[in-house]
Design a protein around this ligand. Sequence first.
Ligand code: NAD
Length: 283
Amino acid sequence: MFVSKAAVVGAGTMGGEIAYAIANADIPVVLKDVEQRFVDTGLEKARSLWQGQVDAGRLSEDERDRRLALITGATDYSAFGDVDFVIEAVPERIELKQVVFSELDEATPGHAILASNTSSLSITEMGDTTLRPDKVVGFHFFYPASVMRLIEVIEGDDTSPETVRAASNFAQTIRKLPIRCAEAPGFVVNRILNSSVSELWRVQEENGVDVKEIDRIVSESKAVPMGPFFLADLLGLDTVLHVAEHLHVSYGDRFFVHKQMQELVADGDLGVKTGKGFYEHGG
Ligand SMILES: NC(=O)c1ccc[n+]([C@@H]2O[C@H](COP(=O)([O-])OP(=O)(O)OC[C@H]3O[C@@H](n4cnc5c(N)ncnc54)[C@H](O)[C@@H]3O)[C@@H](O)[C@H]2O)c1
């Protein structure tokens, strides 16, 4: 299937960067959120990524503006009547995603593929709320989506082989690397990532070591670009906690749920996106 127009639902931590990746492949994309200020944040994210390339002398200002014009902001579904591929990137709650999928089923043409950027939820349960479960698929980007090449393409119980093929082709069209995954908790990457991060969270909580000290030691080791607590702040503590809890329920004690993270989320301190998490984030 040729994707001549795409859409992204949810312009948060992931949505703006996903729209950027799609527009970079010269494909027009609608970026929808519930309020204009959230849409504007997503558009600004894409603009700042292109601006960084302008500042580095790798992109002209005209080209920055041309690519930005490929992204259309929206707060309703009126521009969804001719889209071929939609990526849902709303918060990680199944009841919210199910509402969005039933709305997308009404708003998009019958041939359109409806994909979810979920980190852990069931693709089958999202497909169940549509009349086209065969065209519902997981399409899991990694943060930051503007840079990270991998996309997990996840098959629900009803996802057709044609949909998996089309999603994998679309991933390659936007210059990403698709891998196929079964619908298992954590899919592939989060299961691996969380099994190591879990131990650092556990040590911190058992010994009361300062989270900044753990981050400093981990980043100075140069094994990874940053420590686990700063990374969690960047990703969004609500999303990280949801994945951790899901893996704990699915696989047991070897996946740890960090209590301070639970408390921060309960207080609405979700990391960079709210200005406070394990760290204070100014500006
Ligand atoms: N943050 C990460 O590192 C990361 C990585 C991979 C996948 N994911 C997944 O991507 C999805 C989104 O995560 P995020 O971190 O971008 O969340 P986020 O909270 O940063 O952004 C979600 C956005 O969705 C919007 N939204 C809420 N309801 C909506 C609706 N009905 N219609 C349109 N927009 C709506 C919110 O206003 C918000 O702007 C989640 O499923 C998450 O698991 C996140």
